[in-house]
Design a protein around this ligand. Sequence first.
Ligand SMILES: Nc1ncnc2c1ncn2[C@@H]1O[C@H](COP(=O)(O)OP(=O)(O)OP(=O)(O)O)[C@@H](O)[C@H]1O
Length: 252
Amino acid sequence: MSGLTVRHRRTTALDGVDLDFGTGVHGLLGPNGAGKTSLIRVLATVARPTGGRVELFGGDLTAPRTLRDARRRLGYLPQDFGYYPGFTVREFVAYVAWLKEMPADTTPAAVERAVARVGLADRIDAKIRTLSGGMVRRVGIAQAVVNAPQLLLLDEPTAGLDPEQRVEFRSLLRELGEEATVIVSTHLVEDVAAACTDVTLIERGRVAYRGTPQSLAALGRDGDESDGNTTERGYTAALRAHRTHLTGGGQA
Ligand SMILES: Nc1ncnc2c1ncn2[C@@H]1O[C@H](COP(=O)(O)OP(=O)(O)OP(=O)(O)O)[C@@H](O)[C@H]1O
């Protein structure tokens, strides 16, 4: 994407963002309201940019053919994902597969595979309304991966997962990132450190930092240990540097 701009009335959510993403797990970090969701929504083709250019799978997103092709090839877990509580897990994931125009003959096996990947095989025929919040979140991840997407967009996927599930989920992320482009927004710096191949820090609609989790951690290596781990301190240092830069140096 180049010059990507998203405005909501008078708020500028993204302000001329240039980024490209290849295979791997890309973490999007940033404070509340930084613009992470706006970025993911554009890539998921559910929001139209106000300005700039976005290419997905080699085509410009404004072309109807690219748009339709992209929708089949991507997986998306929104922050608040809508589902039908009366559907079973199997029915819901199969419904999403149908929306993505997956071939009917391969759908049942793909649904079972996706549900097994998130550790819900034993609840596949349970109605979603009977599941816990963390399990519903995992159904959200299953529906996002059912079509083995080449681009997987996850907005706060670890919210509501317990620590054990988070650890399992990170290993699923690493596995998915071996073959696909995975973009994951999170507030949890530890998710980034554990699962991401690179990290992009968004602040006030701009890219404040991009690098590996290791290089982000290096920024926080010299800090006070009572101020969190090195990645958290690196995050704070990168944000601070960006804010200083925005205000013309030294006055922030
Ligand atoms: N539909 C909307 N209408 C008006 N303003 C919006 C809308 N969606 C987002 N915004 C504003 O755009 C900015 C960026 O929001 P966005 O949701 O992209 O941030 P975020 O980084 O995902 O935040 P969070 O971590 O809180 O989810 C914020 O100032 C937000 O208030």
